[in-house]
Design a protein around this ligand. Structure first.
Ligand code: IMP
Ligand code: MG
Length: 422
């Protein structure tokens, strides 16, 4: 069986947490491969709400959870999540790749200072230090999980990175470091001690599991249009969020994957950047309220708009979706009309999703209008869905050439309609 990868097809917050949690029931391991605690996954089990940022959602099913080398890891956040799980009598079976880069206090400070410096042009980051940590990694000065386990090497790297980040903070932003070097050294050494037993060759373990035919799930974070290369740059995150990122970020060879695209029945975005189908009307306000569209990580109100099939066509090209899960269909319940973007016009000419941000900003969306429908969270079969909802869903698959296999009609695990391939 090919390994499964769960990918956000839009700008994140499509409901990957719920789908990962559902699919984890039969999984042998769940692996995070990119991003860090900028992510926020909400999982609801027996009415109890869990919010994770770093630990893979499979943890609730007591599955082995792996953090691969492509992740940037804030040990403070990880230890907090482990503690919350313990309070609920759950012990995370956690393994961390030694190549994983560590988020340091200056990354968060630089993230916030840079955003402030950008003023109106700010990205709207989560200020968790993700970008600066990945930047250090790429310039080959980053501190990795394995470095924390060698106190001498850690002290050396800390001295050097602390000094250079202090220079930037002072010279560019007029700020002093928030903590002393000695304080950081002591904190991180103590945290490393608590996480030392998690060290594992994650790439090797995943490779072996796949070779043995085990059920491996790769849990994506953020979404396709936040990809560092193919997203709406610079309004993106600092990692590859698309399905192909799995191989290099886990350290396994290229191979066919079951690529599961998670598509929210409408579109949301947190942070700045172009959003063609954005609604600034009461309808948008209604969807935000009903869909509880407020960030899991930052609490910010998410921007809300209609479903955009032009975007999704590009997402499908990038990710090669073998299945789609359509989430939050219930949120659209009771609306009179529902619109879907089916084309973009650039200076009046029909175009596919533009590669340049300035072209994208000049595009105008063309919509197709659908009749509204009523959705009840107790619906479990295709036949129970109102005709208008079926029409909406079929249209998505026909336009994209995809196969929707899961329709989510409520936040709980069971509030899902499973469909055979069609
Ligand atoms: P960063 O990842 O904190 O650097 O933020 C870069 C952009 O990605 C901002 O627009 C964030 O709001 C967005 N972003 C980061 N993580 C998530 C996520 O998990 N869901 C949705 N948006 C995210
Ligand atoms: Mg989220």
């Amino acid at each position: 069986m090919p390994a499964k990868v769960i990918i956000g097809a839009q700008w994140g917050d499509e409901g990957k947490g719920k789908i990962t949690d559902m699919l984890s029931a039969d999984a042998d391991m769940v692996v995070r491969f990119q991003g860090g605690n900028n992510a926020g996954h909400t999982v609801i089990v027996d009415g109890k709400v869990f919010k994770f940022h770093l630990i893979p959602s499979g943890v609730i099913y007591d599955k082995p959870c792996l953090i691969a080398s492509g992740v940037v890891l804030d040990p403070k956040v990880l230890l907090k999540e482990i503690a919350v799980l313990r309070e609920n009598e759950l012990e995370a079976k956690l393994q961390i790749d030694p190549h994983t880069n560590i988020i340091m206090p200056w990354h968060q400070q630089l993230d916030a200072a840079k955003e402030q410096g950008l003023g109106d042009r700010k990205i709207g980051t989560t200020k968790k230090g993700i970008g600066p940590c990945y930047a250090e990694r790429i310039t080959r000065t980053g501190i990795r999980f394995m470095d924390l386990l060698d106190s001498h090497l850690f002290r050396q790297k800390l001295e050097s990175n602390y000094a250079s980040s202090a220079l930037i903070l002072k010279g560019v932003y007029g700020q002093e470091p928030l903590q002393s070097q000695d304080q950081i050294y002591a904190d991180y050494m103590a945290m490393a001690e608590q996480l030392r037993h998690c060290l594992a060759d994650v790439g090797g373990l995943v490779n072996a599991a796949i070779a043995e035919g085990k059920n491996v799930i790769f849990e994506g974070a953020q979404g396709t249009f936040l990809d560092i290369s193919y997203g709406t740059y610079p309004f993106v995150t600092s990692s590859h969020t698309i399905s192909g990122g799995v191989f290099v970020n886990v350290g396994i060879p290229p191979q066919p994957l079951d690529s599961i695209g998670i598509v929210k029945a409408y579109t949301t975005r947190v942070g700045s950047g172009p959003f063609l189908t954005e609604l600034h009307s009461e309808i948008g306000e209604h969807i935000r309220t009903v869909g509880k569209e407020f960030g899991t990580t930052t609490g910010r109100a998410r921007r809300v708009g209609w479903l955009d099939l032009v975007m999704l066509k590009y997402a499908h090209r990038l990710n090669g979706f073998t299945q789609l899960a359509i989430t939050k269909l219930d949120v659209l319940s009771g609306m009179e009309k529902i619109k879907v973007a089916v084309d973009y016009l650039l200076d009046g000419v029909s175009v596919s999703f533009p590669l340049s941000l300035s072209d994208l900003e000049r595009c105008e969306a063309v919509y197709e209008e659908f009749e509204g429908f009523e959705i009840d969270s107790s619906m479990r079969t295709w036949e129970e869905l109102p005709l208008a909802a079926r029409k909406y869903l079929r249209f998505i698959d026909e336009y994209l050439g995809t196969n929707s296999t899961m329709i989510s009609v409520g936040p709980g695990r069971k509030e899902t309609i499973l469909l055979p391939e069609h």
